[in-house]
Structure formats: C-alpha cells, structure tokens
Design a protein around this ligand. Structure first.
Ligand code: GLN
Ligand code: ZN
Length: 757
C-alpha cells in the first residue's frame, strides 16, 4: 500500500510564517523577504516528506492566509472593493483577509468562519451577480513547478468546486447553481494546465460532502463533476472528503469518474459501513484516512491495520492516508524539550505522523503484520496504564443528578432581581474580557518563566496592569468592567495550567486563522481543581472600582474543544470533570464578592456534529447541561454571562437559550446581522450583546458605524435586553486601536440610549 497525506501545516515548526507575515504587515520587511521565508518552509516540508518515504506529497497546501481565500483568488471571485484599492496582488489578498485602512481606502475584511468542526477559520468568499468565475491565478502551477524543480512530482491540493460554491456567500440574486458552469469550466482549465505541467494526481478537497445534503446539493455536485471530469485528460482526480462520512452521496461519488476517493475512517462513523454495504468502485483508488489528522496521540496500529484489512475485501488499490489535513495538529515534537519521554512517546504531531504512515506501510506489506517490531511496540504502548486517574472526581461526576443541572429561580425572576441590583443604563456597555496583550505583558510572562522575574514581582506587575486597565475603562466610560486577563497567555491554557490533569507543550502551535495560532493543552488524566484560579485577580480588580467587575472564566465545553482530548474516556466524561472544576471557581468568585461572572463558551459550536441527525445524542445532550452545571449553584442576583465567538447558532438557538445564562455576547459584526431575525423569531430570552464591531481587524470603527449597528439591533431586540460590546476579546489588538474604538462604542451607545428613552 502507498501512503498519502491530505495536507501539511504551513506555519513552520517555530511559526516562522507567522512572524514573517506580521513583520510584513508592520512594514518591517519587503515582500521578497516574506516570499523567501515562505519558500524556505515549503522546501523544508517537501524534503521532510520526501525523506519519510511518503508516496503522495501534497503541494498548494501552503497558504499565506487561508486556502479558501486562495481558491477565491484562483477563481477570480474577489469583490471589487478589494481590487479597486489598486494594491499589488498579495496586498489585495491581505486586504480581503484582514481589512484595509490606509491611504488607498478603508474596507472591512471578508467574513471569517469556522472550518467545519475545527478551530481553523477560513475566509468566506463573496460572490455577487456580477462575479465572473474564471481561472485567474497561478499559485497551484507555481507551487507544483517549485516542487518539480526539487525533483518531486507532487499532488496539487485545491478546494473542490462543490465545497467552494457551498462555502461562498451570495450577495445578489444568483446562487451556487448559477455559477456551476463557469466554475466547472475554470476547474477543467485548471486540470488541463496541471496535466500539461506533468501532474499525475490532483486532489480536490470536498469536505462539504460530509454535511447533510439536499437533492439540489447532490445535483450541483454531480453537474460540476460530470463537466470537470469529462475534460480531465491524463490527470487522475482524487475527491478527498474528511471530517465525517459521505452517507448522502456515496453512490454518486462512486459512480462519477473520479480516479480516487478519499474517505475518513476516524470521524466518519458510517464510513466503513458505507463501503461494506455498497462496495467500492472497481479500478479506483481508495485513500483510506486511518491516521487521525486532528488529534496528537500515536496511531493505534491494531485498529488502523484492522480497518485496512477489512477494506481489502472491497478495494483493490488502497492508499494509507491521514483522516484530514495535518493542518490541525502541531508541526513537530522535535522542539519539545521539557516533557518526559514517558509522555512524548504517546504523541505524534504532523512530522511524526509521516513516520507512522511509513511504519503502517511497512507493517501492511509484511507477511505477518502483527509480528512486525513496529506493530508490537505500538501495541505495547497502547496497553500501558497511564498516570492521572482520580477516583474521587470520577465518583462525583457519576453522582450528579438532574437538579445539579438546573439553576433556580427561573430566568425571568432572576432578570428582574438583577435589573434592580445593578441598575445599569439602557444598552449597557462592556467588553469581552481581555485587553491588549502589550509587549510588556508578554515579556513579563517570559521573564517569569525564565527566572528573570520573581513570582512576587510578576504578581505586582499584573496588578499594576489591572489597575491601569480599570482606570482606562472608567475613563472610557464603560458600564461593566473587566480586569483585562493579563495573567492569561491564553483563555484555555491558563485554566489548564491551574488544573490537574493537563499537560503542556512548548511549541505545539496550531493555526487558528491567518497568522494566529493556538497551543492547545493536552488532556492527559482526570481533571480536578486544587485551588482557586482567578479569585485573587478579580477581587483585587473589584476593589478598585464601584462599577461591577465581571469575573472571567472559560467554560468546560470550550476548554475541552480547544484541548487535545483523551481517547480513553468519553468527551462527555472529560467535560463534566472540567465543569465540576469551573463550577467550584464560579462559587468562589461569588463568595469573593464578584457579582457578574462570564463563562466563555467561545468554542461551543466546534464539536457540534456536522449532521443534524447526530447533534443531540452525540453532543448537545451533554454539552449544554455541562454549561448549566457550571452556574446552577449561584444566587439569583449573580449575573451569569457567556460569550461565543460566532453567530451561527440559528439552528441551535433553543439550545443556546437553554444554557440559561443571563446575558450572551457574540460575534455579529463581521457576518451580516441575520442572526437578529432568528433571535426575534424564537423569542430569545437571554439578554444579548451582538458585537457591534469586528476586533479581528485593526481598523477603528467610527461612532456612526457603531450607531448604525446598534439601530439595526434595536429593530429586532427589545431595548431592555440589548448590550453593547465589541465582538470578541481585545487581546490581539493594539492599544492605539482599542482605545478610540471603545470610545466610539461608548459614545454611540450613549447617543442611542438618549434617543431611545
Ligand atoms: N474572554 C476572552 C477574551 O476576551 C474571550 C476570548 C474568545 O472568545 N476567544 O479574550
Ligand atoms: Zn470570542
């Protein structure tokens, strides 16, 4: 069996691409230097993959920001407002990705959305009635040529036509189907050119096929590929699916003229069943995703080989593949110097997964796979008893009953009590928690780590930052204050570090969007809270002001979803263990005099099953109660906020209301405000703060712009339920943007308030 990967991380083992890009954004380096850094990363990855013996080496999986945005540029689907700025191609691309504010104009970025059920975010292409889709870029050709120059014939990877059209947002009257012909023509031309350059295989990523598909969707998919595949010439085309199974379209996928079909045997709970029930088309290659592309644990060879063995009865040509792109795991274990070998031996990051594929190739080629040294060593590793079991926590979690998941009194009564207690003005203003993590904060944390700063000095430094932040918010005139989260490197890592059961890496970064990366903790054992985690900071912050200070915690579902989870106990069990710990913290904050507590569930939607039919049982039935358990013990007058980093919850709106928070803030400015209609239609009970400006972009929103946003919100949301806030935390922003933005926000809220009364 040959081996393949769906894609590889592009940030570089030490985030070289991030640092180079950010220097470029700040005008510190020229484009040539950025290009050179990018090329260095690509060539390094290429040689690594080549040396590992990987048979199908991807190209065009590199991106300066995002692969979907790359595809939009490749297809010429770029809104005029960006091309009209008159910038060079790369700067036009960055303008679309990040927004542009400068001498050539002032435009917002395109919308950004979560990439299926991951924490990666893609840029949403925008198509209007005038858009003409045609092959307009050369990146896949250039990168194929670059690798060819190194003697490697790669498999170019491109977002497929169906997924591209499904992910785009349509601004006019036309919809996806109206663009099918143009799109198919562009892809055909693309295949033709790749064929001329000598490509043997081309991979089209079609993760949208694992979603629920309507009859129209299937028709669109078939229309596109009948055309594209009829003109493919000598190039072989792989339809690569991932993040689930293709239960709605397996038949069509098999019958169309693809040469290879990539299926996910890790997350696709029905994938194996589909192959068994329907067989696999003769003469085609099955790219079997048996190595988990999303998690960091060593592959279980016994399971992987078991699946491959079963598949042999159905497919005559099998390629061992990762379940999805390795974009979602860290780059390499090589830079981890602190963790013990006993821990590290259980991990496989992208680079190590290349070795695993090599081992699986060797094992499956052997006469007696189970007798190979690699197989036996792997089996021994997986049967080892791991440390970190906590029977007391397990007992507490299993003793939970219904009443632990219900907060009393009910929402309406609490709302009344809280209105009286806080006496906030109409449209209260607040922020999401973090303030800019300025260079001094980062260097203090580093100095603490490396011994240059004592724990006491670090603590006084953080307190000074908190005091400044409180003073700044008072000056700006916000109503509900925050302490700024200076003690946190990251909203999940911080809690992970305070809790027992987590393990931390040093350099295991994963791209989240553009140049932003996260370093998810690893859930290693049972979770418990040894001592309070945030109380001293919050109590101090509250002591500095008469305004309410909002305590800030990360919710259990988000901690789980932004960590690498265990595979030896269920997600539900891990989540409830975390919920128990966060609940203890909530109660300690309340006891310490904190009257408003925000429990962020920024990532609640991330693990929501992509298919409607799987949602309840596989996820919502335990994730929502886990959140309720966190706050069900507080008094009626304590106000519970939550925050979510997106606004696509139209389809789970009741569940969001069922979290039974008192206030929810969420992203709304970057996507259009359609969620407001949904809130209204559903009589959404929880008070809401739909973000009035986009913090992912450095541009400063004007007062008028914010007021317009508030007015639009007012049309749908009862005045007494509306909060005014940015759409996410401010930690990634600079102070110079933050202060004027917040001043405009407060001024806009005041004006709106005066007009409404
Ligand atoms: N409280 C966090 C912050 O303000 C929330 C961040 C997030 O939603 N991603 O940074
Ligand atoms: Zn957020």
């Amino acid at each position: 069996m040959k081996t393949s990967i769906t894609g590889y991380p592009r940030i570089g083992g030490l985030r070289e691409l991030k640092f180079a890009s950010e220097k470029y954004f700040r005008g510190e380096i020229a484009v040539a230097e950025l290009e050179a850094e990018a090329k260095k990363i690509r060539l390094y990855n290429l040689s690594l993959q080549k040396n590992s013996g990987l048979d199908f080496i991807p190209s065009n999986d590199f991106s300066f920001y995002d692969g979907v945005l790359d595809t939009a540029f490749l297809l010429g689907a770029v809104p005029k407002r960006y091309t009209e700025l008159g910038l060079c191609v790369l700067d036009t691309y960055f303008a679309a990705a990040r927004g542009y504010q400068g001498e050539k104009g002032d435009v917002k970025a395109l919308a950004m959305k979560k990439w299926f059920n991951t924490n990666y975010h893609y840029i949403v292409p925008e198509i209007d009635d005038e858009t003409e889709i045609k092959l307009s870029g050369t990146k896949p050709f250039d990168l194929f040529g670059e690798a060819l120059g190194e003697g490697v014939k790669t498999k170019p990877v491109i977002v497929g036509a169906y997924t591209f059209l499904k992910l785009a947002r349509y601004r006019g009257k036309k919809s996806a189907a109206d663009f099918a012909e143009q799109t198919a023509a562009a892809y055909s031309e693309l295949l033709g050119k790749l064929g001329e350059l000598g490509a043997e295989w081309v991979q089209f990523d079609e993760p949208s096929l694992v979603m629920d598909m309507s009859a129209e969707d299937t028709a669109l998919f078939c229309t596109l590929y009948k055309k594209i595949l009829s003109a493919k010439g000598s190039v072989r085309v792989l339809a690569q699916t991932y993040f689930g199974d293709v239960r709605d379209v397996y038949k069509e996928l098999s019958e169309l003229g693809f040469d290879g079909i990539g299926l996910d045997f890790i997350e696709g709970k029905k994938t194996l069943g589909l192959v068994k029930a329907n067989g696999f088309p003769k003469g085609k290659t099955l790219f079997a995703g048996v190595v988990n592309g999303k998690n960091i644990w060593r592959c279980n060879y016994e399971k992987a080989v078991g699946i491959l063995d079963e598949l042999k009865a159905y497919a005559d040509d099998i390629v061992i593949n990762t379940s999805c792109s390795l974009l979602h795991v860290p780059v390499t274990l090589k830079n981890e110097s602190k963790l013990s070998q006993n821990v590290l031996k259980h991990f496989a990051f992208a680079e190590q997964k290349l070795d695993e594929l090599g081992e699986l190739k060797k094992i499956t080629a052997s006469e007696a796979p189970c007798k190979t040294a690699e197989f036996e060593a792997n089996k021994a590793l997986h049967s080892e008893e791991r440390s970190g079991r906590n029977d007391e926590i397990r007992a507490k979690v299993s003793a939970l009953t219904d009443s632990d998941f219900t907060r009393l009194p009910a929402f309406a009564e609490r709302e009344k009590i809280q209105k009286e207690r806080f006496a906030l003005p109409l449209f209260p203003t607040t922020t999401i928690g973090s303030f800019p993590q300025t260079a001094d904060v980062k260097s203090a944390r580093k100095a603490l780590r490396t011994g240059g700063l004592s724990a006491e000095d670090y603590e006084s430094f953080i307190k000074r930052k908190i005091a400044d932040c409180v003073a700044l918010q008072e000056e700006i005139g916000l109503d509900v204050l925050v302490h700024g989260e200076y003690e946190r490197n990251d909203m999940v890592e911080y809690f992970g570090e305070c809790l027992d059961g987590f393990i931390f890496t040093e350099k295991a970064w994963v791209q989240s969007y553009g140049t932003r990366c996260v370093k998810p903790p690893v859930i290693w054992g049972d979770i418990s809270r040894a001592k309070p985690m945030t109380v001293k900071w919050l109590v101090y912050a509250q002591s500095l002001t008469d305004k309410p200070m909002k305590g800030m915690l990360t919710g259990p579902v988000t901690i789980l979803n932004w960590s690498f989870p265990r595979e030896d106990i269920t997600l539900k069990e891990s989540t409830l263990q975390i919920a128990l710990a966060i609940r203890e913290e909530v109660l300690d904050l309340e006891a310490g005099g904190i009257k408003i507590i925000q429990v962020d569930e920024a990532a609640l939607r991330e693990k929501l099953p992509l298919r409607r039919a799987d949602r309840r049982e596989d996820y919502l039935d335990w994730a929502i109660p886990a959140f309720r358990f966190v706050h069900s013990g507080v008094r009626a007058e304590t106000q519970i906020h939550t925050h979510m980093c997106y606004s696509e919850f139209a389809d789970i709106i009741k569940d969001i209301d069922d979290m039974d928070a008192d206030v929810i803030t969420f992203e709304a400015s970057r996507s259009d405000l359609t969620i407001l209609d949904v809130l209204k239609e559903n009589n959404f009970r929880t008070e809401v703060g739909p973000g009035v400006y986009d913090i992912h972009s450095p541009r400063v929103p004007s007062k008028a712009e914010i007021k317009t946003a508030i007015s639009r919100m007012r049309e749908r949301i009862p005045a007494e339920k509306l909060w005014v806030n940015p759409d996410c935390g401010l930690k990634t922003r600079a102070e110079k943007e933050t202060v004027p933005s917040l001043k405009n926000l407060v001024a806009a809220a005041k004006e709106a308030r005066n007009e409404d009364i």
